[in-house]
Ligand binder design. Structure first.
Ligand SMILES: CC(C)(COP(=O)(O)OP(=O)(O)OC[C@H]1O[C@@H](n2cnc3c(N)ncnc32)[C@H](O)[C@@H]1OP(=O)(O)O)[C@@H](O)C(=O)NCCC(=O)NCCS
Length: 329
């Protein structure tokens, strides 16, 4: 018996509070024009003091359940892709399981940074294809603004908070709407290009870590930019080749929302029109693992993405991780 997995439901959630580029002008030496021109970002949503990553997950998950016309007791597994869990332990997914009131099911986190959601889809697809599980909740969620140093203009202008979720469900081997292929990679030798060095077990929290700020996210922006365009373009080619399609067959590309210039550079490599690339970075900033399901949901809810279309997802992130997936929605 063979199975396929299909996207049964999609949902997302952005916190109400908004931080604009003009707000950032009052915090660091930057300007709205600089940020907009270099990144395409105009604003980002930010958690309030009572919200944690698990709360964002629950809001996105409930929206995905509603979209799938399902109840939480039908879910067999919860995965949360995040680098900003509520606590170092236990996993954010366990907190989400409790808050959703889900039954006593497997729940775990995936730490693959901005590629985490694609890692999650890839993993969920394996469980469904083998028949182990029927309905899997894959969430990407981040509370990155709590990991940022608002004195470091290189990083603090880029990121925002939010969550997005897919429900992947088992379908028959003849269903044409399914997750057709998924790919994931890592190049750990470049880990220091984007990391939070302090505050883990290698450099535990200490006065020195706090003084040098190494518990905050640190990034070599130019190198990250180059690697992002290289690896996302390669991952797209890999996914297209795996199902014997070309970019012309794709209705929409939903890339990780890091920077509009990165998206444009990837599009150029395929001669793919920007009009068929979903871009929400102006509204959300970079929400890491949450960015693909948020962008997908926004384009689905406003009518751009439709059922039956062929969609290419691609991501790049700390690790350095990267990945791609193609689904007929
Ligand atoms: C961060 C990023 C926007 C910087 O853009 P850039 O074109 O590389 O800019 P540079 O670093 O060359 O800086 C250009 C100038 O702007 C200045 N600058 C840097 N950050 C600034 C800011 N926030 N506001 C205003 N000026 C800034 C620099 O000091 C530099 O000034 P100088 O020419 O006088 O030395 C860009 O490198 C980038 O997007 N990288 C990828 C980041 C990313 O997506 N990370 C997550 C991946 S998942």
């Amino acid at each position: 018996m063979f199975f396929r997995s299909k996207v049964a439901g999609v949902g997302s959630f952005l916190p109400e509070k908004v931080l604009t580029n003009y707000d950032l002008e009052k915090m660091v030496d930057t300007s709205h024009d600089w940020i907009l021109q270099r990144t395409g970002i105009e604003r980002r949503h930010v958690v309030d003091e009572n919200e944690g990553t698990s709360d964002l997950c629950v809001r996105a998950a409930n929206n995905a359940l509603k979209d799938a016309n399902m109840t939480v007791d039908q879910i067999d597994l919860i995965m949360v892709a995040t680098v900003t869990p509520d606590y170092k332990m236990p996993a954010c997914a366990c907190l989400v399981q409790a808050k959703l009131g889900a039954k006593n099911i497997m729940a775990f986190d995936i730490n693959a940074a901005c590629s985490g959601f694609i890692y999650g889809l890839f993993i969920a697809d394996q469980f469904i294809k083998t028949g182990a599980y029927k309905n899997i909740l894959v969430i990407g969620a981040e509370n990155l603004t709590r990991l940022l140093n608002y004195k470091d203009r290189d990083t603090c202008i880029l990121f925002g908070d939010g969550a997005g979720a897919f429900i992947l469900s088992q379908t028959s081997a003849t269903d044409e709407n399914y997750l057709m292929t998924a790919h994931a990679h890592a190049e750990g030798a470049h880990a220091e290009l984007l990391w939070s060095k302090g505050g883990g077990t290698r450099y535990p929290i200490s006065q020195q870590v706090l003084d040098d700020g190494s518990h905050y996210m640190q990034m070599k922006g130019k190198e990250i930019f180059k690697n992002a365009t290289r690896t996302m373009a390669t991952a797209c080619k890999e996914a297209l080749a795996a199902i014997n399609k070309t970019a012309a067959d794709i209705d929409w590309i939903v890339p990780h929302q890091a920077n509009l210039r990165i998206t444009e550079a990837v599009a150029n490599q395929f001669d793919f029109p920007m009009a068929r690339i979903v871009s929400t970075v102006h509204e959300t900033g970079n929400t890491s693992a949450a960015s693909i399901p948020i962008a997908f949901d926004m384009a689905y809810k406003d009518g751009r993405i439709k059922r039956g279309q062929l969609i290419l997802l691609t991501a790049f992130g700390a690790g350095l991780t990267s990945g791609s997936a193609i689904l007929r929605f």
